[in-house]
Design a protein around this ligand. Structure first.
Ligand code: MG
Length: 344
């Protein structure tokens, strides 16, 4: 999620809710019916993300809100609720790496949040993206954080790395600034974990995938993230993405919104439908921004919502739409999803 420095400062004052200690709900998913039990270790072949049997895998799920401002959702109960009730394939941990209250200053605190989300994803048989949620290059800190994640979790099929959420646009060049960053950080990850999926961002808040396609990274099992907000980004951006696909890049939408790019505004349903149709036509997975309770329309939860056991009245309009979409997608693929327990 794009955020200005002013917004970073204002949002930093948000008061966190204490995370509930109670386990989420019910038993673990039936073995063999979770996304990870179904697809196993992911790889990239011929411009697509595929599972262990070579089948295309479309990962659908939710991104958590910035970790420093929504710590209550970096919890086992939230991840379990998303796996069971929202029927997600994947959850994305947006580990804060900007501002003065981030993983750069508070490594242990933020590493504990990432670990809580990864542990819960593993327990629930879903995939998990550890996202270094930065706009600027902090390669040394990113490398330290993600190699620690790799050392602990790199043997598990669940784990996916995203090492730079949204590089900025002005003065940022793919080949000079961003590709070299990925070579350093993902190269360090690869030295520890040679095979798990890695995801690369591009300039202009991860929209310039066509530029990356002209000078791609050398790593195997690599996909490029594409970010869109349906109220702002339309066919023009799909054209850029199609140009990247035509050159063989695998894409994964690790963050999108059904609203405007500033995270607020009305739901752009028609354009969201166009985007979803495009995603699905090309087996491109999608994760919505966000599981958070900030007072803005991209938040799936209303202010003050607890970490789990959400009722209809806890969800925003966007949250209801996304939950329905995710459950509908899961119901079309029951072999990979435990039966949904129902929300009420
Ligand atoms: Mg591995």
């Amino acid at each position: 999620m794009k955020a200005t420095l002013a917004a970073l400062l204002v949002m930093g004052s948000t008061v966190a809710h204490p995370a509930g200690a109670e386990p989420a709900n019910g038993a673990r998913p039936v073995p063999g019916t979770s996304p990870v039990a179904c697809h196993g270790a992911l790889s990239v072949k011929d411009g697509r993300i595929v599972g262990q049997h070579g089948e295309p895998v479309t990962l659908r799920g939710m991104s958590l809100f910035w970790s420093q401002w929504a710590p209550q959702y970096y919890s086992a109960e939230t991840v379990a609720w998303l796996a069971r009730d929202w029927q997600v394939d994947v959850v994305r941990a947006a580990i804060a790496a900007e501002g003065t209250d981030s993983a750069r200053q508070h490594f242990e605190r933020e590493f504990a949040k990432a670990s809580a989300v990864v542990d819960a994803a593993v327990a629930n048989g879903i995939y998990v993206i550890v996202d270094w949620h930065a706009h600027r290059a902090h390669p040394e800190e990113a490398e330290r954080f993600l190699t620690a994640i790799a050392a602990r979790y790199g043997h598990l099929p669940n784990l996916i790395y995203e090492d730079w959420n949204e590089p900025l646009r002005d003065g940022v060049e793919w080949s000079r600034d961003v590709k070299s960053y990925h070579e350093r950080v993902l190269g360090a990850v690869r030295a520890i974990d040679p095979d798990n999926l890695v995801i690369a961002g591009s300039p202009s808040w991860s929209q310039d995938v066509d530029e990356a396609a002209h000078d791609p990274l050398p790593f195997a099992n690599l996909a490029y993230t594409l970010h869109y907000y349906a109220g702002t980004h339309r066919q023009e951006l799909r054209d850029k993405a199609d140009a990247a696909r035509a050159k063989g890049l695998a894409l994964l939408v690790t963050e999108f919104g059904v609203v405007d790019a500033d995270g607020d505004g009305p739901i752009a349903l028609e354009e969201s439908e166009r985007w979803w149709a495009w995603d699905e036509a090309h087996d491109i997975g999608w994760m919505a921004w966000s599981i958070g309770d900030r007072d803005e329309s991209s938040a799936a939860l209303r202010p003050g919502t607890a970490p789990a056991k959400w009722t209809e009245s806890d969800l925003t309009e966007g949250g209801k739409l996304l939950r329905a979409r995710l459950r509908a997608a899961a119901s079309r693929n029951p072999a990979c999803h435990a039966s949904a327990p129902g929300i009420r």
